[in-house]
Ligand binder design. Structure first.
Ligand code: ARG
Length: 285
């Protein structure tokens, strides 16, 4: 057990309740990112066990998990991070870039409507892939754009949620969502993959995150940033020793959770979860 760091800062303030979707119809049936290869076999049983392992790891860390029912023909529905943006009892539905995923939105909207959320929509033609491309840090929402989300969507998200949005251009097609490059840890710290960000984005980071933990390129490409933070537990697809030591020195407990079957579709631990307990800070007026 780690002693909390003497300068321990308050945690994230969110990340204790998640929406997840079982991989009942998961597979790699199309290719919309550099990780996906339809000729690579997915072991459905193994995917199921890995997903269940993630659920129990999150629960052990103290998180609650709610379930979205899987649907045939929507293999990527398992990546609930992309469903939309949650802000209290408001849900801003994603608009997916690729037609292959657009059918997911009806399922996501149905779940949030049935659970008492007010559902808002981005204007037609404006793409944004939800929390996969938008993570709160402090009182602002950091949002990525280029591969999946459009830069113009950020102003719209700010208008709909009232949150101040900091835009970051993603530059590496292998790290096509923000949550593969950025992982808020607490109010002062975040993991960041410089491989995926341009110089302007790194300037945004410097002004926003007092203590960044920079990932090496190979760590970034093992999707180390695609981790789920529950209090001081960091649930990671993999955790190289260097990174584990750095996290432990800050008082975090890194826990590896093998999601290698899901990685065949280009998604890790974070992609498989959508935090439901997020309240976005209001933009300063
Ligand atoms: N196959 C999915 C896609 O390409 C993976 C989604 C990963 N999600 C994420 N939040 N990074 O859209």
């Amino acid at each position: 057990m780690n002693e909390p760091a003497p300068d321990a800062t308050p945690g994230l303030g969110w990340g204790r309740r998640y929406l997840m979707c079982p991989p009942d119809f998961f597979g790699v049936f199309y290719e919309i990112n550099p990780w996906m290869h339809t000729e690579v076999q997915v072991d459905a049983e193994r995917a199921r066990r890995q997903w269940e392992g993630l659920v129990s790891t999150l629960k052990q860390a103290g998180a609650e998990v709610e379930l979205l029912e899987a649907a045939p023909g929507l293999p990527d529905l398992v990546f609930t991070a992309n469903a939309g943006i949650v802000n209290g009892k408001q849900f801003v539905a994603a608009r997916f870039r690729h037609p292959q995923r657009q059918g997911e939105s009806a399922k996501d909207v149905a779940w949030f409507s049935a659970h008492g959320y007010r559902v808002d929509h981005l204007p037609p033609g404006t793409n944004h892939e939800g929390a996969g491309d938008a993570l709160p840090f402090g009182s602002v929402l950091v949002s990525g754009y280029r591969f999946r989300s459009d830069a113009v969507s950020h102003a719209e998200i700010s208008r709909l949620t009232g949150a101040a949005v900091r835009s970051v251009e993603l530059v590496d097609p292998r790290l096509y969502h923000l949550d593969m490059t950025f992982c808020p840890l607490d109010s002062r710290r975040a993991m960041v993959a410089p491989l995926g960000w341009d110089r302007y984005g790194l300037r945004v980071l410097a002004s926003l995150v007092p203590e960044p933990l920079f990932l090496e390129d190979d760590e970034a490409l093992s999707l180390c940033a695609n981790s789920v933070v529950v209090g001081t537990t960091v649930v990671m697809p993999t955790c190289p020793p260097r990174l584990g030591r750095a996290l432990e020195a800050w008082g975090f407990d890194p826990v590896e959770c093998d999601v290698s079957e899901l990685l065949k579709a280009g998604g890790g631990c974070r992609c498989l979860t959508l935090a439901l307990d997020v309240e976005l800070g209001k933009a300063p007026s």
